[in-house]
Design a protein around this ligand. Sequence first.
Ligand SMILES: [Zn+2]
Ligand SMILES: [Zn+2]
Length: 174
Amino acid sequence: MSTDVKSRGDSFIPPNNSLTHDGWSNEDEATATCFCGKVQLVVPLKSPGLVNTFACNCVDCRKVTASMFATNFTTLDSHTRFSRGEDHLTTFSQDKTTESGKTMTNGFCRTCGTLMYRKSDAYPGTRFLRVGTVDDLNLHQTVLKPKDEMFVATRVGWWDGVKGAKQWDGVAGG
Ligand SMILES: [Zn+2]
Ligand SMILES: [Zn+2]
């Protein structure tokens, strides 16, 4: 795909984006679908529902994404809903490796394993969603582009980080 930032309102949803082909977006909301399509969220694209967008290089994010960093966005639970499949998630919770020491719950699709959200006891009423699950790829580089990059102190050496993002050694604001 082109790296040009398209105007807001254009959407780019490739037909092979998930097995269900029913992703959509508008000015206010967009779908976020797992790989197999059994789980789908409708997520907010505007404040106050959309709280933040960030990339994270912490060790938890490496492990839970099986990659070197995560691209996340934070939403209010009150503005985030499942259009299907909430009961098709399996959850895994632990508090041993989180920076806050609080329990983090991870929600995975039971069929395809896509991580659909993380939810921390340290931030009640919000959840951390994965930019890569959003069906409209244009949003990945516009509305959902990371504003903050966290844990740059543990960023992998071959990557220079998110261009234009505010960088933090640990959590944003910390
Ligand atoms: Zn799935
Ligand atoms: Zn992290």
